[in-house]
Design a protein around this ligand. Structure first.
Ligand SMILES: [Zn+2]
Length: 291
C-alpha cells in the first residue's frame, strides 16, 4: 500500500473562461516568449522589440516597407498557373492553387512592382510564403524574368526578396527550368551593368537558393534566417554526421563567406539605398547611369 494516498479527489478544472481580449491583438514572440501588442509589432516592422526576432512578413507588407510612401505599380498581376501536369498528391494541385488564391488574394507566390526606394527608381519582387510555401513555379519564373527584362529596357536596378521553400514540385521539371531561365535573364542584366540585390529572408531554400537568391551583386540576409538547399535532416541522413550548431542560419553563412551582409529589417531600406547609390543609381535623374 502506498504511504501517501490521495483521499480527496482533485478539484475539477475550472471551465475555461472565454477571453475578452479579441484574437490577434497580442502576439507571443516565438523566441523570447514576450507578449507583444500587435500594433507595436507592426510599428517595428514585425521585429520583436525585445529580442529582435524577425517575424515573417507578407509580400505586400514587404513592398510597403521598402517603397517610398508604400506606393508601387504592380506588374503581371493576372498571371496564374495552368496546372500543366494535372498534378495530384494528397490533394489536387488545382485545389492548392485555389486555396492559395483565396487566403492571400494573390494569383501566385510573388508580387513584382516598380516604385521608388529612397528616391531611386527600382523594380522589386517580394515572395509570399503563404502561397504554397512561396514555391517557385512557372508563374514566379515568368514574373521575375519579365521584371529583369523590364529592368534592362528601362535601365533600372532589381531587388528580389526571397522567402521560399524552393521549386514547386507540383510543376515538376517545369519549375526547375525557371532556375536556368531567371539566371539567363540575370546574366543579361549583368551585361548591361545594372545592379541586382538579393535579400534572403526566413526561409530561403531549395531551387531558389540554388539559383538567383545567391547571385546578387550583394547577397543580404535578415538575422536568423534559414538559408540552405536541402533541409538539415536530409543532409544528416545522407552524410551520417551531426551538423554544427546554427548550421544553415544567416550568421553561419556569413561566417563561411556565403553572404555579404546581415541587416536588421529596420535598417534594410537605408542599406539598400546606400548600396544602389554606390553602384551608380542616382536618386534625382531616376535612372541608373549608363557606363
Ligand atoms: Zn522576442
Amino acid at each position: 500500500m502506498a504511504w501517501f494516498k490521495k483521499t480527496r479527489k482533485p478539484r475539477a478544472a475550472a471551465p475555461e473562461k472565454s477571453s475578452r481580449v479579441p484574437e490577434g491583438l497580442w502576439v507571443k514572440c516565438p523566441r523570447c516568449a514576450q507578449i507583444i501588442y500587435n500594433k507595436d509589432l507592426a510599428a517595428s516592422l514585425m521585429v520583436c522589440p525585445k529580442c529582435a526576432y524577425h517575424h515573417r512578413l507578407a509580400a505586400a507588407e514587404r513592398l510597403r516597407i521598402l517603397f517610398d510612401d508604400g506606393a508601387w505599380e504592380e506588374f503581371d498581376r493576372e498571371l496564374v498557373s495552368t496546372d500543366p501536369l494535372k498534378f495530384v498528391d494528397t490533394r489536387p494541385y488545382r485545389d492548392r492553387l485555389a486555396a492559395g488564391i483565396a487566403t492571400t488574394g494573390l494569383r501566385d507566390a510573388i508580387i513584382v512592382g516598380e516604385g521608388r526606394l529612397d528616391g531611386i527608381r527600382a523594380i522589386v519582387g517580394a515572395m509570399e510564403y503563404g502561397f504554397i510555401g512561396g514555391s517557385m513555379g512557372v508563374v514566379m519564373g515568368e514574373k521575375i524574368t519579365r521584371a529583369l527584362e523590364r529592368a534592362v529596357n528601362h535601365r533600372l536596378p532589381v531587388i528580389i526578396v526571397s522567402c521560399s521553400g524552393g521549386a514547386r514540385m507540383m510543376e515538376g521539371a517545369l519549375s526547375l527550368m525557371q532556375m536556368a531561365k531567371i539566371c539567363a535573364a540575370l546574366a543579361r542584366l549583368d551585361r548591361e551593368r545594372l545592379p541586382y540585390l538579393s535579400i534572403l529572408t526566413d526561409p530561403t531554400t531549395g531551387g531558389v537558393t540554388a539559383s538567383f537568391a545567391m547571385l546578387g551583386d550583394l547577397n543580404i540576409a535578415e538575422p536568423g534566417a534559414l538559408i540552405g538547399f536541402a533541409g538539415p535532416r536530409v543532409i544528416e541522413q545522407t552524410i551520417r554526421q551531426k551538423l554544427p550548431e546554427g548550421f544553415q542560419r544567416s550568421e553561419f553563412l556569413l561566417e563561411h563567406g556565403m553572404l555579404d551582409l546581415i541587416v536588421d529589417r529596420r535598417e534594410l531600406k537605408s542599406v539598400l539605398a546606400r548600396g544602389l547609390r554606390f553602384m551608380g543609381c542616382t536618386g534625382q535623374d531616376s535612372e541608373a547611369k549608363t557606363p
